[in-house]
Design a protein around this ligand. Structure first.
Ligand code: NAD
Ligand code: TDX
Length: 353
């Protein structure tokens, strides 16, 4: 895609984990384009994540909800939005089990609201793109072998993945029915700086720091395919620039770990970095009740992305994990801010006995 001068990119969910890395990369990569970040600042949104770029001339933040159709209409009109990179979502599987409707609201209805705004404001023949960022969880759960391909049939099993699958279907439906120029990517588990400490890796880092128990669901044998968040952001940029309209691209790290092996590795890295006796953090591991409907294994085949776009992960997992632990140890204030207030209330009700 060749971008014209008048390019105004609306990034939704830009104050969240992945969104903040995408916003930063786009602001720095495209100084001639305007980057507008729309975020409702839910518990997961945090403007601290973007402190370093908040005063850039090509960046603007709008505090608002993708469920607010009037706001979307005014943003498309006033900011002359030409492209959308849509990341705003409720993103935590465990929360979707306790409150599925919140996921329907933002992930399904919010996405359709954005599609409607794009459909209303964009005319045929103009240069536009609606880029929808999605997850590998839409494909369901794998056994011990095999991979998710772009052609794998959807089989979502949690309220979260069902809501993301639904949003993917709506995005494709708007392409087929109304000719909206869209692209979708489905990515595996991300990790890295600014990851909210409700997800496995940052939760374990936070608990190791505070010598709290490390809750491993079931027997810890579930497998996830981990990708460093900056590699995902780079994939999104490359797909934004070179992806074919109407296509789907899988993004993954070719980096499968059982949860228990991953937690062991994290304990070893942190014992070393914190100057603790090797093995002391592993003693904090506690096997707890399994997640309801817990998907066994995710693994992405990202060959299409490599062959057609030329993207590959840049970091080895041990290196990425070490960088991530360093970031959390250097940003204890960030961790303390996000683990106060509502976070504590949520965890009191959910995990702590
Ligand atoms: P996150 O929970 O860290 O951030 C979500 C952001 O969206 C927050 O800033 C939040 O304030 C904002 N938001 C939520 N509801 C909103 C609403 N109604 N209106 C406007 N903003 C709203 O999520 P994340 O992990 O950064 O995930 C970003 C996207 O990437 C999601 O669409 C998710 O499904 C997808 N994804 C995530 C992963 C992962 O491993 N985290 C992997 C693949 C795909
Ligand atoms: O305390 C925990 N103990 C534990 O054993 C937590 C929080 C998780 N787990 C397990 C469940 C999963 O098998 O670790 C694995 C990873 O869990 P999460 O970090 O919650 O991620 P997951 O459920 O795999 O979903 C993530 O990847 C795909 C993101 O949260 C989604 O937004 C993304 O789409």
């Amino acid at each position: 895609m060749s971008l014209k001068k008048e390019t105004n990119i609306l990034i939704t969910g830009g104050a969240g984990f992945i969104g903040s890395h995408v916003v930063r990369l786009f602001v720095e990569s495209f100084p001639e384009y305007k980057i507008i970040n729309l975020d409702a600042l839910t518990y997961a949104g945090n403007l601290e994540n973007l402190k370093d770029i908040e005063n850039r001339v090509n960046y603007e933040f709008i505090h608002g909800d993708i469920c607010d159709t009037e706001l979307l209409d005014s943003i498309f009109t006033e900011k002359k939005i030409t492209h959308v990179v849509h990341l705003a979502a409720e993103s935590h599987v465990d929360r979707s089990i306790t409150d599925p409707l919140a996921f329907v609201k933002t992930n399904v209805i919010g996405t359709v609201n954005l599609l409607q705004a794009a459909r209303k404001h964009w005319k045929e023949g103009e240069e536009h793109l609606f880029y929808h960022v999605s997850t590998d969880e839409v494909y369901g759960s794998l056994g011990d072998e095999g991979f998710f391909y772009e052609t794998t049939a959807y089989d979502p099993r949690s309220p979260y993945s069902a809501s993301k699958a639904s949003s993917d279907h709506f995005v494709r439906a708007y392409h087929h029915t109304y000719g909206l120029p869209i692209v979708i990517s489905n990515c595996s588990n991300n990790y890295g700086p600014n990851h909210f400490p409700e997800k496995l890796i940052p939760l374990m880092i936070n608990n190791i720091i505070h010598k709290k128990s490390l809750p491993v669901y079931g027997e810890g044998k579930n497998v996830r395919d981990w990708l460093y968040v900056k590699d995902h952001a780079e994939a999104i940029k490359q797909i934004f620039l070179k992806g074919k309209v109407g296509e789907t691209y899988n993004v993954g790290g070719h980096n499968e770990w059982t949860n228990i092996d991953l937690v062991h590795l994290l304990c070893e890295i942190m014992d070393e970095k914190l100057g603790r006796e090797q093995g002391s953090s592993k003693e904090l591991i506690t096997f707890v009740k399994d997640r309801a409907g817990h998907d066994l294994r995710y693994a992405i085949d990202a060959t299409k992305l490599k062959e057609e776009i030329g993207w590959e992960p840049s970091l080895q997992f041990e290196e990425g994990l070490s960088l991530t632990v360093d970031w959390f140890l250097e940003n204890k204030g960030w961790l303390e801010n996000v683990t106060s207030g509502a976070y504590l209330d949520y965890y009191k009700d959910t995990y702590e006995s």
